[in-house]
Structures are given as C-alpha cells and as structure tokens.
Design a protein around this ligand. Structure first.
Ligand SMILES: O=C(O)CCC(=O)C(=O)O
Ligand SMILES: [Fe+2]
Length: 313
C-alpha cells in the first residue's frame, strides 16, 4: 500500500496565463498534466473564473430535462453510431439515468435537441448547455495541445484536434434510501480521447489507481475532472492508460453530474514519433466505427480488456 500522497490526483490551477503556450503557467501545467495522465489517467482542473451562475444553471438544466415525461425523454435525437440519446435506469445500473446530446459546442447542435424536447423553446437550457460546452471545449483544446507538446508532437495538434466531435452528457443518480455504499455506475473506461466531468454537490465519483485503490474525486463548484479515454491510450501507445472509474452512492440524495466527451472519428493510429526500440508499437490502427460497435456489443463489464483483445499487437 502506498502513502496518502501517492494516491492524490494532481489539482492544476488554470488561469488565463495557462492558456498561453510557452508561459510559466503553461509549462508548469504541462508537467502536471503529464504526471496526472501517466500515473492516474486523470487530473483535476480548478478554474476560478468558472461562474457560480453557470454552475447553477447547468444543473438547473439537468433537472429540467430529467423532470420531462419519460415518453418525451425517450425520443430519438441522433442517428450517429454510438450516440446514446436517453438511457433510463437499466438492470446493471438501476439508479442511473443519462442523456447524450451531440455537437452542443454549436447553437445548431443544442437547437436540434431543443426542438425535439421543448418545441416551444427553453432559453435557459439553450444558453447554459451551449456556454458550458464552449468553456469545457476550451479545456479539451488546452489539454490536447499540452499532451501533444509533452510527447514532442506539437505539429500533430491540428490534425488530432480537428478530428473531434463532442458529446455532451447529463447524469442523474436517483435516491435509494437503503442503498448507501452501493454502486451507482459500474466500473468502466470511456471510449473518448478525454472526458471532462463536472459534478454537482453530491459526491460519488471514484477513480481506480494502478495499484487497485479506489479514490474519491470530490465535487467542487469550480473544478473539472479530466479522464483519459481509450482513444488516448491507443494514440499514446500506452504512455497514458485510460482511467477506470465508477460512481458509488455516498448519500441518500439525488446526484447530478455533467460531462463533455471527445468523440474521435475515422482511424486512430499511434504517431511514428511515439514508437522506437524501447517503445514498440502496441496497437493496430483502430477504426472508430468498428470499435464503437464492439463496445456496444461487449457492454461495460468487458471494457477493461477490450482494447488489448481487439487491437493489441
Ligand atoms: O456521474 C459521473 O460523474 C460519471 C459518469 C460516467 O462516468 C459515465 O457515464 O461515463
Ligand atoms: Fe465514464
């Protein structure tokens, strides 16, 4: 068993200076991003400028959505393979409800969803989902740029970043009364390049360390959890491992969380620069459509070993 410090994920302060490549804050943040991703597959961003209005309005929007009648929530919102739409509680996760909305970094993407769910409009939902997505897309851009710089492939940033679309997700874990301590969402990795989560007041998110400890990631109004997904694991040739995480019921209260996930497209290949005699190629090219189909068929339980099984060399 390691010490306390070894089980603490890095907390990185982002401010306007951190957004300027080459600045002192940028260079320091790059180091912590690398440490967090390589050691834990995750780290926390603290962004003091994130307004409490947006924090409150995004969770107000979550409540608004989950309060809609079930028949309304169940309507189809996307034809994209891997787009989940609305998922009601299931046998494996009976407390969990979620909805995925594509392309919320554009107002057209938000409006497409709104026209289906609220044909008469919902201006607060529209503005909060769009503003939240733009803000968090900024973090995706920054982290992707830092990852490229950390591995000496700054020149690849545009081709990597341009290849992303975004899936926005709301999560709700219903009250249980008798189930404190039980699993709200089973352990899994995400198929994204990275996932960025923002939790409401009720804790529950846990990440697994390499030595099999579950550690709590507590909610804070200005903090965001960045998790490495399967695509980053493949792209980085195993320098970064995708982060296994789960949700545990900690309190007898409804829990809300929100996230923005990068959805990579086309074929993911390890850059030549990340392969040498000491670091031989670990993955065959990964076709996203095919991998998405595999993950839908295999289900959450098989996720830990699926990358190696399907694409390992
Ligand atoms: O509820 C959360 O904070 C995490 C949800 C999650 O990990 C997922 O649905 O992939
Ligand atoms: Fe997840």
């Amino acid at each position: 068993m390691g010490s306390e410090a070894e089980h603490r994920i890095p907390v990185i302060n982002f401010n306007e200076e951190s957004f300027k490549p080459g600045s002192d804050s940028w260079v320091l943040a790059c180091k912590y991003v690398r440490y967090g991703l390589e050691k834990f597959g995750c780290f926390e961003i603290v962004y003091d400028k994130f307004s409490s209005e947006l924090h409150n309005s995004i969770f107000g929007a979550a409540e608004d959505f989950f309060d809609l009648p079930k028949e309304t929530k169940m309507q189809k919102v996307s034809d994209r393979l891997g787009s989940i739409g609305y998922i009601a509680d299931s046998p494996t996760d009976p407390l969990y409800e979620t909805v995925g909305i594509d392309n919320t970094t554009t107002l057209q993407g938000v409006d497409h969803f709104l026209n289906i769910m609220w044909p008469a409009g919902n201006i607060t939902f529209r503005e909060s989902v769009h503003s939240f997505s733009k803000r968090v897309q900024g973090f995706h851009e920054l982290v992707t740029r830092m990852v490229c710089e950390n591995y000496g492939v700054e020149g690849l940033f545009n081709s990597v970043f341009e290849n992303f679309v975004y899936s926005f997700r709301f999560f709700k874990y219903n009250r249980t009364q008798t189930k404190v301590g039980e699993v709200g969402l089973v352990a899994h990795t995400d198929i994204s390049f990275i996932s960025i989560l923002h939790q409401h007041e009720v804790e529950g998110l846990q990440i697994k360390t390499k030595d099999d400890h579950w550690i709590d990631v507590k909610p804070k109004p200005s903090s965001f959890v960045v998790l490495a997904g399967d695509v980053l694991q493949v792209w980085s040739n195993n320098k970064v491992r995708s982060c296994e995480h789960r949700v545990i019921v900690k309190e007898d209260k409804v829990r809300y969380s929100v996230g923005l996930f990068t959805v990579a497209q086309g074929v993911i290949q390890v850059p030549d620069e990340l392969v040498d005699d000491e670091h031989p190629l670990k993955y065959k090219p990964l076709d996203m459509a095919e991998y998405t189909r595999f993950t839908i068929e295999a289900g959450a339980a098989k996720q830990a070993s699926r990358l190696k099984a399907f694409y390992g060399i």
